[in-house]
Design a protein around this ligand. Structure first.
Ligand code: FUC
Length: 785
């Protein structure tokens, strides 16, 4: 392997290297706080959280499409869109704002009835009666294979349990084994939170839970557990009072769990009257469970492990373990983690972030929502929806760079099927354009694309532009032209068309530039014009249209000409204000030392590139970015969010400021990450998965600076900085399989001071044809060929 080769070249490493690849604990989780203590499993669509109780085990179950609301609550549901156009109000709104500097969009606000919510599916209960003399308990989640296990002894009896959620077989599997004899076991399915209560019944060796979120019209969901006693002549009827009972004396029992709903996003369009409805899932669930239950446990497990390992193994970070943390339960490491940090834990959380993405985003699933797909609640915070003024974006930050780009299909399908059809209506009804599509920050699974009737956080229309950045990134890293043509470009083009129709001459400064009016910076400040964040985003969208023109296969040259024309007079949203900051608005009204959690004016620094591209990576710019970051605070920001800190960390990383990057990263872990490794919004529940994924992005930005570049630079040599901000605490580590823009893959090792000392690049998949040059921190060139 390359990295061992690299390590060998540098002799014995000073510190023990311990790959951090398991979450584990010597005690069970706690049912009253599942979300902070259980280890999550998932196959993209299904989620399972075993709590680990010795004798009365509970496994919290989820299926990603189970939502209340939308057309499953009311036939009049319209995605929030009004029934008559409100676009006539726009000229007046614009005029007011250009005269006064600020204004409001109250004339465009909508209703949002039937928005709905994601919700828990069920609990699987596994009751072994009362066990006494329990000893030697341990539970473990192996992140490389996605197999959970626990074991303990009761007297002479040694009991081990294993669980995983298999993508190839579309089921979760749970096995109990004993060296001697298992006690009598009662399996059940329940959901006591949902109203109306689902119906639970059993047939033979299966339990079936059937529910509907509202009487007659609601979403239909079905879950099935089929219990298998290997080798035994399965008695035809193990049912008793809706449970399956296995008598004492077996050595091995396993079950498969399958679930589906009748949600079908491909029916989220005009032709299907936005019904989002598909088939009753009962027969399909029955088939999935029956097919899986015919297989042996080892066959189910080996295909799952092979599948998961292949994806997980595409990227490896190896940090040192200076404190011998590998010997301590990770639940204890996480609960006692403090600054300045522990490389073992940071490595673990990067692995866990990738693990969570693989477990919540697989072709055919929905993309990860605010909680991935794991909730124990009937009404999770923010409906467990798709916020897209940072959160959904952060969920996808480092996916392509860490080899998981093939798992992004759910995101594109979700946008194409639920946002674009309703969003085209919203563009027409609120903005008066028949070109393109738009949506506003908070989305459910039923195409809620209009504004809400509440404050401005839900009324942010730049989601289409920001998500187009992800479209471009996926193309840039994968170099998959046919994907770009068929899937990516239509999303990007629709966003570009929308913004082409909305740009107006700046009538306030009268500086000849094109600006957005009205706009608001995410969750911060007034409704105004020329908001930095929008201008940077639109600049990047237009830049990507032009750069990818050949690849797009588009022959609509009038569209291209319109983009080129407006691109040249577009205000790119980079103004340095009176105290040296990157302004958040075109009006220089930023308040110093405002520790607001969103870094919207630094979008074009990270994760975007407008700031570094328009003016180059020069000192004026880096000073302004630094001033802005310091002003936003180096400690706890306004809501103590995990995502706020990892965003700051990523920005500092690109700025070569190792101390601040590491400090924000470690502060996030200290304040926001629970004992099971999941991120808690302000330090305590609710769980919010964005920082789990954002932490991966922040760590990658400390390892590499491989910036996107303006179309004007296409074809020029691409400079990649290896190790812009590697802390000395990570000294002697290495990375393998880091994806580069243009399709390259790089692996490298760094010395005890965090300076890269060895690298190899594989450019065999490189499609852009441009040359690469590599540098290390301090500016020295390094040969990676
Ligand atoms: C964004 C943030 C909030 C929260 C919410 C789910 O809008 O500003 O802090 O994370 O998403």
């Amino acid at each position: 392997m390359l990295v061992s080769g690299l390590s060998a070249a540098f002799g014995a490493l000073a510190l023990p290297i311990a790959a951090a690849k398991s979450l584990w604990s010597d005690s069970p989780g706690n049912y009253s706080s599942i979300i902070t203590t259980a280890f999550p499993l998932g196959n993209g669509r299904l989620g399972a959280m075993p709590i680990g109780s010795y004798d009365k085990e509970i496994v919290n179950l989820n299926v990603d499409s189970l939502w209340r609301g939308g057309p499953f609550e009311s036939p009049t549901y319209s995605g929030g869109n009004p029934n008559i156009s409100k676009a006539g109000a726009l000229p007046g709104i614009r005029e007011w704002i250009f005269q006064n500097g600020t204004g409001n969009v109250s004339a465009l606000l909508g209703e949002f009835p039937y928005y709905g919510s994601y919700q828990v599916l069920a609990n699987l209960t596994i009751d072994m009666g009362g066990l006494s003399n329990v000893n030697g308990y341990r539970r473990n989640l192996d992140l490389e294979s996605a197999v959970y296990s626990d074991h303990f002894s009761t007297g002479d009896n040694y009991i081990e349990r294993e669980a995983f959620c298999s993508y190839p077989d579309n089921v979760c599997v749970y096995r109990l084994g004993s060296n001697f004899s298992l006690p009598a076991i009662t399996f059940g399915l329940e959901n006591q939170l949902t109203s109306p209560t689902p119906n639970v019944s059993c047939h033979g060796n299966s339990i079936s839970l059937c529910g509907q979120t509202y009487p007659s019209i609601g979403m239909i969901y079905n879950a099935r557990v089929t219990v298998v006693v290997p080798g035994a002549q399965n008695p035809s009827d193990l049912c008793s009072s809706s449970t399956v009972k296995i008598p004492e004396g077996e050595k091995e029992v396993f079950l498969v769990f399958a679930a589906e709903t009748n949600y079908d996003a491909s029916n989220g369009n005009t032709e299907a009257s936005f019904s989002f409805k598909g088939e009753n899932p009962y027969m399909s669930v029955l088939k999935t469970a029956t097919d899986a239950a015919k297989k042996s446990y080892s066959a189910l497990k080996s295909s799952h492990v092979k599948d998961f390992k292949e994806v997980f193994g595409k990227f490896t970070l190896t940090l040192p373990d200076p404190n011998g943390s590998a010997d301590q339960p990770t639940t204890e490491l996480l609960s006692s983690y403090t600054q300045p940090g522990d490389p073992y834990v940071e490595n673990l959380l990067l692995d866990f972030g990738r693990y969570l993405f693989i477990s919540s985003s697989r072709p055919g699933s929905l993309p990860p929502n605010l909680q991935g797909l794991w909730t124990e609640s009937y009404s999770p915070a923010w409906s467990g929806d798709y916020h897209a003024n940072i959160n959904l974006q952060m969920n996808h930050w480092a996916v392509d760079q860490t080899g998981l780009g093939d798992l992004t299909e759910p995101l594109w399908t979700y946008m194409a099927e639920t946002w674009m059809p309703r969003g085209a209506e919203t563009a027409e009804l609120l903005y008066g354009t028949s070109e393109g599509w738009v949506t506003h920050d908070e989305m459910n699974t039923f195409g809620h694309t209009a504004m809400k009737n509440v404050a401005q956080w839900a009324d942010y229309p730049a989601t289409n532009a920001w998500m187009s950045h992800h479209v471009w990134d996926h193309y840039d890293y994968s170099q998959d032209v046919s994907w770009y043509r068929q899937t990516g470009y239509p999303i990007l083009k629709g966003a570009a068309q929308f913004w082409l129709s909305q740009l107006v001459q700046d009538e306030y400064f009268k500086d000849g530039t094109l600006v957005v009016n009205p706009c608001n910076s995410p969750e911060h400040g007034p409704t105004t014009f020329g908001c930095t964040h929008y201008q940077q985003l639109i600049w990047e969208v237009f830049d990507h249209v032009l750069r990818g023109w050949e690849a797009s296969g588009d022959d609509d040259t009038s569209f291209k000409d319109a983009i080129s024309a407006k691109f040249s007079t577009l205000d790119p949203g980079i103004h340095i204000g009176w105290w040296g900051q990157i302004q958040e608005w075109k009006l220089d009204i930023d308040v110093k030392n405002d520790t607001h959690r969103h870094l919207s004016n630094l979008y074009g620094w990270y994760p975007g590139y407008a700031i570094s591209s328009v003016h180059g990576f020069n000192k004026t710019i880096t000073d302004a970015v630094e001033t802005t970051l310091y002003s936003r605070g180096t400690g706890v920001e306004d809501s103590n969010t995990g995502w706020g800190k990892v965003w700051r960390s990523a920005c500092w990383g690109l700025l070569n400021n190792t101390d601040e990057a590491y400090s924000e990263l470690s502060l996030a872990i200290q304040n926001n990450f629970a004992d099971n490794g999941l991120d808690m919004y302000g330090g305590t529940p609710p769980f919010q998965i964005d920082a789990n994924f954002g932490l991966v992005g922040a760590m990658i930005s400390m390892l590499v600076r491989d910036l996107d570049r303006a179309s004007a630079d296409a074809g020029k040599v691409q400079s990649v900085l290896l190790g812009p901000a590697i802390p000395a605490a990570w000294g002697g580590g290495s990375v393998e399989g880091l994806r580069l823009r243009g399709g390259g893959v790089v692996s490298f090792h760094w010395d005890d001071d965090g300076v890269v000392d060895s690298c190899r690049v594989d450019t065999s998949e490189r499609g852009s044809g441009s040359q690469l040059e590599f540098f290390v921190s301090g500016g020295k060139a390094i040969d990676c060929s």
